[in-house]
Design a protein around this ligand. Structure first.
Ligand code: SAH
Length: 198
C-alpha cells in the first residue's frame, strides 16, 4: 500500500527503488511506540531529536541517485538506518557515517545482525569529512541538511558521480550535483525539511 499509494502514484518510477522499499521492513526502524505509524505518509521521531524520513522523500532521493546496482555509495546521516537499508538493497556497497554514536551503533546492530546486510560499512564521526579511506565514491547522499554543500566532499566523488543533499536553513532545497570532468553542474529540486547537518 505504501509503495503503491505514496510512491508509485506520486511519480516514483524506478522499479529498483520501488522493489527495495517493498522489501525493507520499515517497522523495524521506528521506535516501538510509533510502530503502528510505520507506514504512514510522513516522518517519525526516532529519539535524540532525530527523525526517520517520510517514505516518499527516501524514495525520491534514492531515485535521484540513478543507481544501476554497481555503485559504491557514501551516506551521511545514518540515523535509524532506513535509508541505508534501501541503498544496500539496490547497490553494491554502502559506507554510512553517523555523528551520534548510540544511533550509529544501534543501526549497525539492526542492519547487520538482525537484518543480515553484509554490504554496509559504518563509521561514527562527522560526515563533513567524508571517508577518505574508501574514496572515490560513485554517489554521495546527505540525509542531514547543511547550510551549504560541504565542497570538500566533491573531492571524494568520482568524475561522472552524483551527489544529492538537502541544502539550506530550516526549509531546504534538495540539490543534485553532477561531477563533470571540469566542473560541478547543479540542479535545484523540491523543498523539504530535514534536521540540520552538524
Ligand atoms: N537517513 C535517515 C534520516 C536521518 S536523520 C532515515 O533513513 O530516515 C539525519 C541524521 O544525520 C541524524 O541521525 C543526525 O544525527 C545525523 N547527522 C547530523 N549531522 C551529521 C554529520 N555532520 N555527520 C554525520 N551525521 C550527521
Amino acid at each position: 500500500m505504501m509503495v503503491e499509494r505514496q510512491l508509485r502514484d506520486r511519480g516514483i518510477g524506478a522499479e529498483k527503488v520501488l522493489q527495495a522499499m517493498s522489501r525493507v521492513p520499515r517497522e523495524k526502524f521506528v521506535p516501538f511506540v510509533e510502530r503502528e505509524r510505520s507506514y504512514q505518509d510522513g516522518p517519525l521521531p526516532i529519539g535524540k531529536g532525530q527523525t526517520i524520513s517520510q517514505p516518499y522523500i527516501v524514495a525520491y532521493m534514492t531515485e535521484l541517485l540513478q543507481l544501476s546496482g554497481r555503485e559504491r555509495v557514501l551516506e551521511i546521516g545514518t540515523g535509524c538506518g532506513y535509508q541505508t537499508a534501501v541503498l544496500a538493497e539496490i547497490t553494491q556497497h554502502v559506507y554510512t557515517i553517523e555523528i551520534i554514536e548510540s544511533l550509529g551503533l544501534s543501526s549497525q546492530k539492526l542492519l547487520c545482525r538482525d537484518l543480515g546486510y553484509s554490504n554496509i560499512d559504518f563509521k561514527i564521526g562527522n560526515g563533513r569529512d567524508g571517508w577518505s579511506e574508501f574514496e572515490p565514491f560513485d554517489r554521495i547522499l546527505l540525509t542531514a541538511a547543511p547550510q551549504e554543500f560541504p565542497g570538500s566532499l566533491f573531492e571524494q566523488l568520482e568524475v561522472g558521480g552524483i551527489a544529492v543533499a538537502p541544502v539550506g536553513n530550516f526549509y531546504q532545497k534538495i540539490m543534485r550535483y553532477y561531477k563533470l570532468p571540469d566542473r560541478i553542474k547543479k540542479e535545484t529540486l523540491i523543498t523539504v525539511s530535514f534536521v540540520p547537518c552538524i
